[in-house]
Structure formats: C-alpha cells, structure tokens
Design a protein around this ligand. Sequence first.
Ligand SMILES: *[C@@H]1O[C@H](CO)[C@@H](O)[C@H](O)[C@H]1NC(C)=O
Ligand SMILES: *[C@@H]1O[C@H](CO)[C@@H](O)[C@H](O)[C@H]1NC(C)=O
Ligand SMILES: *[C@@H]1O[C@H](CO)[C@@H](O)[C@H](O)[C@H]1NC(C)=O
Length: 443
Amino acid sequence: MEPMWRERGLYPFLGLLSIAALLYMNFGDRVTFPVLWQPRMSFVGTNSTRFVVIDQNGEQSTLYVNGWNSYWLMEESVWSNSRHRVSKMLKRGAEMGMTVCRTWAFNDGDGHNSLQISPGNFNEKVFRGLDFAIVEARKHRIRLILSLVNNLNAFGGKAQYVKWAKEAGFNVSSSTDSFFSHPTIKGYYKDYVKAIVTRKNSLSGVRYSEEPAIFAWELINEPRCTSSSSAPVLQSWIIDMAAFIKSLDQKHLLTVGLEGFYGPETTERSGANPGDWASSFGSDFIQNSAIENIDFASVHAYPDSWIPDADLKEKANYLSKWVDYHVNDSEYVLKKPVLFTEVGSSLHAKEQGTYDRDFLLKIVYDKIYESAKRRQAGAGALIWQLLVEKMEDYGDQFSLVAWEHPSTYKLILEQSCRLRSIFYEGKTNRKLNSGDPCFGLIS
Ligand SMILES: *[C@@H]1O[C@H](CO)[C@@H](O)[C@H](O)[C@H]1NC(C)=O
Ligand SMILES: *[C@@H]1O[C@H](CO)[C@@H](O)[C@H](O)[C@H]1NC(C)=O
Ligand SMILES: *[C@@H]1O[C@H](CO)[C@@H](O)[C@H](O)[C@H]1NC(C)=O
C-alpha cells in the first residue's frame, strides 16, 4: 500500500523541507530564513501629553509604558550562538507585562562587532543582527526605542565621529564637542541616520521606517556639550537632526535622549538639579524638549550616582521631586508626554531588609501611575537595565537578572499590569486569558 502522504501530494513539500534542512546544515550562520508571518502592530503616536495607539477598528487608546533597557540586543544578535539571549530577554520582558525596550542601534569604530566601521561603511553581518533583534521584538509584541549614537565613548560614540573627521584631514578642534558643530561630522551623522532609518530588514523585508515594532528614534544617549557657550550649539544640533529624521520618517516618534538636567537659564528649576555641576552640560530639559520635531521628552534618574553621599531618605525625596518637576513641565510647559527612559539604582544596597533599588524604583512607578490615572504627561518608565544569565560582561552596578530578584520582579510586573488596567478602562472587550501575565492581577 502506498503511504498516505504520497497520495495527498506532499512530495513537493517534503522536497522543499529537505532542501531547506540541507541549506541550513551547510551554511549555518549565513543562511537566514525569511520571516513569513509577523503579528500585527500599530504605530504609536501622541495626542497632547499622551501616547496613543489606534487599533484595527480605528479606536484611539492611551498607552502607558512599563519597559526596560537592554542595550546589548544588537550585539548579542550578531552570532547565532548568542541569539538565544536576545530571544529570552524579550520573552521574559513580555512575561513581566512590559511593552517597550530601549537599546543601542549603534556601534561605531573598529571595535568588536562594530556596525559602522568608518563613516557610511557598514558591517552587514552586524546589521543583520539588528534586523534579528527587531523581528524578535515584534514576535513578542515589544516595541523598541532605538538610540542612534552615544555621547559617551562606549561603542564609539561622538568621540569616534570626531576621530574620523580628524583622520580624514579636516580641521577639527580637539574637543569632542565639535561633534555637534562641525559640518563634516554632522554630515557623517546624517548619513548614518539615513542608512538606519531606510534600512530594509533582511529577515522581514520591512523597512525600519515602516516598522511598527519601533516605538521611537532617540537622537543621542545622554548628550553633553560642555565647552563654553555650548547651549546654543546643542540646541541647534537637535533642531537640525530632528528635522532631518522627520524628513525621512514621519511615522515614528522622536526623542532626544536627555538626562533631564536644567540649564543655567531655567533658574526656577535649578533646585531640581542634583548639583550645580548639572547645569553646565549645555543641555536644558525644557528648551531641548520643546523643539517642534521632538515628540516626547526623555529623562534619566540615577540618585545613587548623582547624589552618592545622600542617605536613602534624601535620595527618595530628591527622586520624588525630580519626577514631579519633569512631569509638571511636560504637562504644563512642553505639553508632551515624558518617558523616564533610564531609572537605575545600585544593585545590592539594602536597608532593613528592603532593597534600596525597590524602594527608589517604586517611587518612580507610583508617580507614573498617579500621573497616568489623571491622564497626565508621566507616560512611563524604563528600568536600567536587565540581563539574562551569564552576561556579566554587560553588567554595571545597576544591572540585574530580574527573575533572580523576586521583589523587583514583582514590582515590575505589578506596574505593568496596573498601567494596563488604565489602558483597558472604558473598553468592553477585555478578557484576559489565563496565559496573560496580568491574569488575576487586573480585576
Ligand atoms: C485626542 O484625544 C481627545 C480626548 O480623548 C479626543 O477627543 C481627540 O479626538 C483626540 N485627537 C485626535 C487628533 O485624535
Ligand atoms: C583650524 O581652525 C582654527 C579654528 O577654527 C583656525 O584658527 C585655524 O587657522 C585652522 N587651521 C587651518 C590649517 O585651517
Ligand atoms: C506640580 O503640579 C502640581 C499641580 O499643579 C502642584 O501641586 C505641585 O506642587 C507641582 N510640583 C512641582 C515639583 O512643581
């Protein structure tokens, strides 16, 4: 008797399958299979001081963000033997109810797994790593905030751009602040941004500019420009670059990547800065975030680094005010949403059995929740930063494997779910299935 599958015409299918298997066995790393199906997602927009998504029925819902940083997604996606870490992190992030992850879309210079080897010259293999990270994020319905360059030297940063210009024979001042002013260097950065934004994903075929799993672009991680009278220099750089990105991509939101310090001009806010030093970086939260093409404000929060000598109570008071000021300014002055894109606290410090980290994180989470309940500008927070096991090389004093810290894990999950319950308010059709991380946590 002939086997069933021959009669049913399965031969061609089995043939294809074995060709695929052969290709895979022979080329391993080099052959990647196209993604045939991706979950439907919509782009995130803003309406006044709120993030919104429009669902398939055209209904607009307000979105509050609980998220995290894992700056290493691209790096760990380059080689097939480490990609499982990226998949695991995104899966576990989704299991904590989180919806947004912030990560680096840059690695400049001749370092390990660098993406941009020299101006406009890319390592395709690393680019495919970024492609993978984006596809994998979408698979878990996570949206990414992609940062486009570093102010710091890690992964090249603005110093690498300045070095490139010098090596090419341009008359560049010795300060790395020429990143923000020298026409050649500004040109390098624009070329870079254009290559990223117009990139066609090798796995999904979707252009980055058309990819709903990208939440937003971030111009630069923690810009500082400290040379004398530098505030106008940074301000005009942001204006120029924001307009440039918007000319390439009108679908995605854009933010600066600020730490959130107030400049010397904003005297009524100088008390919010962690010290006088913080007003001397050429940045100003209000002025920089007010720029028309900047869709939402971004702020970081590191009381342990900024006021290291303060005790926990002082840090808590400080942090609480820091969040209030930025939420108020975003609500009443900027009239834009604000995301606390990095919230970090030392890993091991403990007082009376409670981790300082949990205590400080909860202050930010509570403030966001209170703001969200009032439909105000405090739109979300992203913890800095999460890892999976065996990633010590990527660690710093603020990095953790969340599921190894049950109290922090619980805090994150509960924040995700109470923000989601606001998203669900007024909606009739909101049954959670038992596999949902918020099942049982949202009434
Ligand atoms: C913004 O939100 C308000 C209040 O929910 C709504 O009435 C309005 O139509 C929205 N605006 C746009 C442009 O969708
Ligand atoms: C390089 O620039 C500086 C300041 O912008 C200028 O004083 C100097 O003359 C320039 N050098 C050359 C060789 O053009
Ligand atoms: C923020 O605004 C509220 C309401 O106007 C006000 O009560 C509060 O004092 C403000 N906080 C700061 C730090 O400005």
